[in-house]
Structures are given as C-alpha cells and as structure tokens.
Design a protein around this ligand. Structure first.
Ligand SMILES: *[C@@H]1O[C@H](CO)[C@@H](O)[C@H](O)[C@H]1NC(C)=O
Ligand SMILES: *[C@@H]1O[C@H](CO)[C@@H](O)[C@H](O)[C@H]1NC(C)=O
Ligand SMILES: *[C@@H]1O[C@H](CO)[C@@H](O)[C@H](O)[C@H]1NC(C)=O
Ligand SMILES: *[C@@H]1O[C@H](CO)[C@@H](O)[C@H](O)[C@H]1NC(C)=O
Ligand SMILES: *[C@@H]1O[C@H](CO)[C@@H](O)[C@H](O)[C@H]1NC(C)=O
Ligand SMILES: *[C@@H]1O[C@H](CO)[C@@H](O)[C@H](O)[C@H]1NC(C)=O
Length: 475
C-alpha cells in the first residue's frame, strides 16, 4: 500500500517533469519528439571508451554457418590504411582459416574512426562452435572469442525431458538449453545493469541470441550544438561487447536512430542484418530463422501501411514462415512502436498512434498466426493475453488463437522508466509498476515458448508465462 502510494506520488512528480522530458504528451510525428529534449536535459552518462585496437565486437547471424563480425578500430580512418581480417577455426588452438573484410567510416556525430566488417563462412566446419579473433595486421588483434551456432530448431530432446527434471532452471527458463534475450530502449545511461546481466547469462547460462527492438545507445541525446555524439555509439557497443562478441545481436531501429538519416544505425548495425538473405531490399526490415523461431524485424520508423514496400515484404515473409512451421514452429515479430499499450504518461501513443498501427498490421499478424509481437518505445513492461481487435480471445496461453503483444522498453536509458498504466484493461494480463529496468528472456522448445521478464536492478524474476501448442510434428 505504502509502496503503491510512493509510486503514484513519483508518477505525479514525473508527469510534471515529464513535460520537459520522458514521454512528450503532445503530437509525435515519426521521430521528432525528442529533438527538443536533447539540449534541455543533462545526463550522468557512464562512458565505456575502451583501449586497444579492437573494440565493440559484435556478431550478426546471417544464415546457417554464416556470421557477420564487426568491430571498431579507434584509429582515424584513412582509405587504404587497413586490412581487417578474422582468423578462425574449430579449436582455440588452431585458428587456421582467415577471411578478410572491409574497413570504412562515416562522418556523422563527428565519427572519424574505423569500422571493420568480415563475413564468416564456416560451412566446411563439422562442429558448431567457432573460435575467432579479428583485427588488423598493422594495429593488432582481439583476444580469442567463440560462438556456437544453434541447431536449426530446438530438438525433440526437450520434449522428452520433463520440466522439473534437471536442476538448472530458474523460473521457466532451462539455463542448460539455449534461450534468447529481448531488450528495448537501451542506452549507456541507466543501461548498465541490463547489459551486465545479459553478459552474465551469456557467460554462465545459455543465452544464445540478443534481440533489440529499437532505441539503441541514445547517442542522439548527446553532443549538444556540436553534435559530437558518435562516442556514445562506441561506448554502447563496448558496454555490450562482453555479450555480443559471443552471441548474435539482432536489431531494428527506433525513433532515436533517425539522426543523420539513420546513418549511425546503418553503419554500426543495419548493414550487417540479413536483409538480402530474407528477400528484403532494405536493411531496416529483414527476417531470420534461428532456434526454431522465425524472427521478423520490421521498422516502425518507415512506412508500413498496407500499400508500402515494407508491408508487401512482410506479407510474403509471414505467409512463407507460417507454412514452414515444421522447421520453425514459432513466429516472433519485433518493431519499436507498440500496437497495444496502456501507458498513462504516453497516452497519446497508446490512444492515437497504436490504433493506427493496428489498422495497418493487426489483420496480417492475426491471419498468419504470429505468436508474439515485441515492441519498446514506452519505457515499461506489459503483456497482453492473446488479443484481436482489442478483445482478449482467451485468458490463457494454451494454443493461442491470436498474437500476444508485449511492451518491453524498460532496459534502461537517459529517460526515467514509466510506471504508469491505465487502471483496468480487458486484454492486459500483466503490467510492471516500477521505475526499475528490465529485460525479457525467451526460450523455444517444439511445443512451448517460455517467457520470463527480469528486473535488472534486483536480478529478480518479475513475470513469467508459457505459450504452449500442440506441435505440428505431433498431430
Ligand atoms: C585446419 O586445421 C584442421 C585440423 O587441425 C584441418 O582439418 C583443416 O584442414 C585445416 N584447414 C586449413 C584451411 O588449413
Ligand atoms: C561458403 O563456403 C562454401 C565452401 O566452403 C561455399 O560452397 C559456399 O558457397 C559459401 N557460401 C557463401 C554464402 O559464400
Ligand atoms: C568461449 O569463451 C569463453 C570465454 O573465454 C569460455 O569461458 C568458454 O568456455 C568458451 N566456450 C567454448 C565452447 O570453448
Ligand atoms: C567528442 O567527445 C568525446 C567525449 O567527450 C571526446 O573524447 C572527443 O575528443 C570529442 N571529439 C571531437 C571530434 O570533438
Ligand atoms: C536517407 O537514406 C536513404 C537510404 O537509406 C536514401 O534513400 C534517402 O535519400 C536519404 N535521405 C536523405 C534526406 O538524405
Ligand atoms: C498508401 O495509401 C495512402 C492513402 O491511403 C497514401 O497516402 C500513400 O501515398 C500510399 N502509399 C503508397 C506507397 O502508395
């Protein structure tokens, strides 16, 4: 009771403060709503500018036995001065394969350093674990990292293993088996707890993939008049490196990536996402199959009306995925802005924007039996029941007849999190009334998709639920 009172008082204070920061209550055309704030607010940022010739190492999954590796060399870029390469092999002792890549730069946010990109193809390998180090003969190499390509889909062995049999469960996640972290709205400020926990799951559990539904680093909020803010990207990618050097990091842009026509986003992340591989002609939307899940990354920052290129691609992609359930039983869609939400502080988004987005996309998601739709944008966590046109179609998650919508934008960023939710909403199953930061863990098996929302500050399970289905293989 007392705790609730404190939260409500805090919300009140935040609402007043929120007029200058947080969610801007009035009109929010795509992307502009934060430009005013950037100069108005001051942040206590932790900057992770590392030493060494190889920084911000991160992987992107581009296909079976394929991976794109990217990193920063802090040396100022000069054409012809670099020879980036990765040495890799099936054992840390024998890195006897070498693949060269490209070095490049971009001018925005006063970025002058050198990005390096290498496409690894290890189809000759028998095993799934790859050891690698990357760098440049002139400047030096990284330590040896490794990653393990996950099987095409989670094998039946999980089916035959009862859930309470083996000890390493925490919540509904079996940490001896592969799982995914989903984050949204994550930057260097207030983002450290989430980043450290994720790195911890990579190191000690079996976290094998990170999905980020937009608003990445928040560089656009820094730099003031001189626009010197690219060092925030460096800082963010260094913060994430303990995880992203070991598991793929798959992203989609949010409103904070608009700056310089998405240039920083594209150069750091977008240009290594598997969009050509998934029949898309834009780095802003793509899909991939991993761990039994067909992931669809779409951009709410670009046109997705039913007559748009993006929508047409999505329609084709989802139809194909929905007829490929025996290979990938699950379909998970992620984009930055929510189709369903109930924030009070961000009422405009939930009452005006979300219905418009639903009018574009909800029928398609419903018809193709998408299992889950992740968004961020609102700095909070809430989940729906399976819902269609604002009506919960059932109050459980057994053989859901409609998609489940999750707002998961509380990973930590320069703005405060938003603990305000509309009081009572039929389709909402859970909302987390807190200022704390958090992230979602998700684990696929053939018949279950398990979810567990974690409080980053307290390292505590906040919410868990399991979608279960009769497997297409068993009917
Ligand atoms: C690398 O070493 C492995 C075993 O040590 C060997 O099977 C493979 O042929 C070698 N590859 C190259 C390109 O030398
Ligand atoms: C990967 O390498 C194999 C040979 O090891 C080759 O057959 C295949 O075409 C390559 N794939 C790509 C996408 O380059
Ligand atoms: C990958 O590297 C980490 C960190 O060095 C190490 O703890 C882990 O055992 C390695 N994984 C494998 C499969 O060798
Ligand atoms: C931009 O700011 C960073 C961090 O304060 C600083 O290290 C860097 O020298 C600045 N770059 C330019 C070009 O002013
Ligand atoms: C922004 O980038 C896109 C490509 O991603 C390009 O087609 C467009 O012309 C650019 N717009 C501006 C204003 O530079
Ligand atoms: C899609 O339709 C809307 C009107 O419904 C129109 O304003 C827009 O220009 C159209 N877009 C394309 C790409 O045709």
């Amino acid at each position: 009771m007392l705790q609730k009172l404190v939260i409500y008082l805090a919300v009140l204070v935040y609402c007043v403060e929120g007029l200058g920061g947080g969610c801007i209550l009035q009109g929010s055309g795509l992307g502009n709503e934060y430009s005013v704030e950037a100069t108005a607010l001051r942040y206590q940022e932790e900057i992770h500018l590392g030493g060494g010739p190889v920084q911000g190492m991160h992987l992107s999954f581009t296909g079976l036995k394929q991976m794109v590796i990217k990193w920063l060399n802090p040396t100022p870029y000069k054409s012809g001065n670099f020879q980036p390469a990765c040495n890799f092999g099936e054992s840390a002792l024998v890195l006897n394969f070498t693949t060269g890549g490209e070095a490049y730069t971009y001018p925005d946010g006063m970025f002058q350093m050198t990005l390096n990109k290498v496409q690894l193809n290890f189809s000759a390998f028998l095993g799934n674990t790859v050891y690698y180090k990357c760098g440049d003969i002139k400047f030096g190499y990284s330590p040896i990292y490794n990653f393990t390509m996950q099987k095409k889909y989670t094998e039946k062995r999980l089916l035959s293993k009862p859930r309470n049999e083996s000890p390493p469960y925490f919540g509904v996640i079996d940490s001896s088996d592969a799982f995914v972290a989903v984050i949204g709205d994550h930057g260097v400020t207030r983002g450290e707890d989430t980043a450290y926990n994720i790195a911890d799951h990579v190191k000690n559990d079996n976290l094998q993939l990170i999905v980020h539904a937009g608003d990445i680093s928040y560089a656009d909020k820094f730099g003031g008049e001189t626009h010197n803010n690219s060092y925030i990207w460096v800082s963010y990618m260094n913060l994430m490196q303990p995880a992203t050097a070991y598991v793929p990091y798959m992203t989609t842009p949010g409103n904070h990536e608009h700056q310089y026509n998405f240039s920083a986003y594209l150069n750091w992340l977008g240009n290594s996402m598997p969009y050509r591989e998934s029949g898309s002609d834009s780095p802003f939307w793509y899909s991939f199959d991993y761990m039994g899940i067909h992931f669809v990354a779409f951009s709410t920052e670009h046109d997705f009306m039913p007559n748009s290129t993006q929508y047409h691609w999505m329609e084709r992609d989802l139809q194909k995925a929905n007829s490929n359930r025996e290979n990938s039983p699950w379909i998970v869609v992620f984009g930055h802005r929510p189709l369903y939400c109930t924030s009070v502080i961000c009422m405009e988004r939930c009452e005006k924007e979300a219905p418009v987005f639903r009018s574009y996309l909800e029928d398609l998601l419903y018809q193709q039996h998408v299992d889950v739709v992740f968004a961020g944008h609102n700095h909070q966590y809430e989940r729906s029941y399976p819902v269609y046109k604002l009506k919960p179609v059932q109050l459980d998650y057994k053989n859901p007849k409609a998609p489940v919508y999750i707002v998961n934008g509380a990973a930590g960023n320069p703005e405060l999190n938003d603990p305000s939710f509309r009081f009572k909403v039929d389709w909402r199953a859970f909302d987390d009334i807190t200022f704390d930061t958090g992230y979602m863990l998700m684990q696929p098996t053939q018949t279950e998709l398990r979810f567990q929302y974690m409080n980053s500050n307290k390292k505590k399970i906040v919410d868990q639920f399991v979608i279960s289905k009769v497997s297409s293989l068993d009917v």
